[in-house]
Design a protein around this ligand. Structure first.
Ligand code: SAH
Ligand code: SF4
Length: 353
């Protein structure tokens, strides 16, 4: 089959074989990419219309006990400036976000042992107490089932944990020995089983990644059947072992977004900050390739320049209101609109596939 036929098959069958994905990802042309984007955009429009969901990102701690080779927050990075936000700081961010129309807050951090289950549950309950009509998404890395359950019981709704790469050997080249692909995937299955809206995802163009690895990521997503998928280009950070590696490409990221949309028409799929970092209109192009979510930063301006997963991160000098307004305008410029809505995952009632 040629690539165009494979893209059509992915849309109608919501699946391809590993070889088919590998062919598509390793040989696609500009025309193939634009064709996939058009179909993916139509799928997204069918499910979400021209509405874009917005999530307020609160990056509440830059401490991390892990040493992922790609990330600027890795514990060996002695140049990283570390900070922790207090419960009061976090609540202030959420209050401000609520006023700006956010109905989902994403609490993200390095893996920071300071925040025990008790502290985190108290924060989750307090946000829910103040804003009962909001959803809370956690992105805190790998924890025990017991911990995930306690946070869910405290009121958390969703959990983002990118699988990073589905291939165990590739995973081992991106992480030190103590971190295992299998454990991360087990965490994802646990999160889903106990009842979180669950998000996996990966970096596009991470060091050593092959087209076959990306095909495996697609099959992993198919099997896990997550409610959300977060992908963005790998971007080198100057204080990590991968400082001299190539960044992921805009085109590959856009193409992968389209393939994910075609495979899962109703999945919640953000056009990420990393995509906006490698291209001035990356997020707009992400939406036009099938994404339906944006995640402006709600962190206090003073700490933003300390949460540097990768180099040249955008929006580190802005106020939350500016970020929201900027994204509002960007979405309007391409005929979309940000809505005040929790933006929960909805099962598809009819699939056109
Ligand atoms: N500590 C948590 C959440 C923070 S990291 C966790 O690891 O899940 C959130 C995501 O940032 C990671 O999953 C990774 O995919 C992405 N990331 C880290 N370093 C990056 C880099 N150099 N370029 C692009 N994305 C990166
Ligand atoms: Fe820590 Fe997450 Fe960065 Fe890994 S990716 S070093 S777990 S913050």
């Amino acid at each position: 089959m040629n690539n165009r036929e494979l893209i059509e098959k992915l849309k109608s069958e919501r699946a391809l074989s590993k070889d088919e994905f590998t062919q598509l990802i390793s040989t696609y042309t500009k025309e193939d990419r634009e064709f996939a984007a058009k179909l993916a955009r139509e799928e997204a429009n069918m499910v979400f219309g021209k509405k874009i969901f917005v999530r307020g990102l609160i990056e509440f701690s830059s401490y991390c006990k892990n040493d992922c080779y790609y990330c600027g927050l890795r514990r060996s990075n002695i140049n990283a400036e570390r900070y922790r936000l207090s419960k009061e700081d976090i609540l202030r961010c959420a209050d401000e976000g609520y006023e700006l129309g956010f109905r989902t807050f994403v609490l993200q951090s390095g893996e920071d042992g300071y925040y025990t289950d008790e502290i985190l549950c108290d924060i989750v309950k307090s946000i829910k107490g103040a804003h009962s009509d909001c959803a809370i998404t956690l992105s805190l890395g790998e924890r025990s089932e017991e911990s995930y359950q306690r946070l869910l019981d405290a009121g958390a709704d969703r959990y983002l944990l990118r699988h990073e790469t589905a291939n165990a050997e590739h995973y081992a080249r991106l992480h030190p020995k103590n971190l295992k692909a299998e454990h991360r995937q087990e965490c994802l299955r646990t999160l889903k089983r106990i009842g979180y809206q669950t998000g996996c995802g990966f970096m596009v163009g991470s060091p050593f990644q092959t087209a076959e690895n990306l095909a495996e990521d697609m099959l992993f997503i198919k099997r896990l059947d997550p409610e959300m998928v977060g992908i963005g280009p790998f971007i080198p950070q100057h204080d990590t072992p991968f400082r001299d590696e190539q960044k992921g490409s805009l085109e590959d990221t856009l193409f992968m977004l389209s393939l994910i949309r075609l495979m899962k028409p109703n999945v919640l799929l953000p056009a990420t900050t990393a995509l906006g970092t490698i291209s001035p209109i990356g997020r707009e192009q992400g939406i036009l390739a099938g994404a339906n979510v944006v995640m402006p930063n709600l962190s206090p301006t003073e700490v933003r320049s300390k949460y540097l997963l990768y180099d040249n991160k955008i929006c580190t000098g802005d106020e939350s209101a500016q970020c929201k307004e900027c994204l509002n305008n960007r979405m309007k410029s391409i005929g979309y609109e940000i809505v005040t809505d929790r933006g929960d995952y909805q099962e598809l009632t009819i699939d056109n596939g």
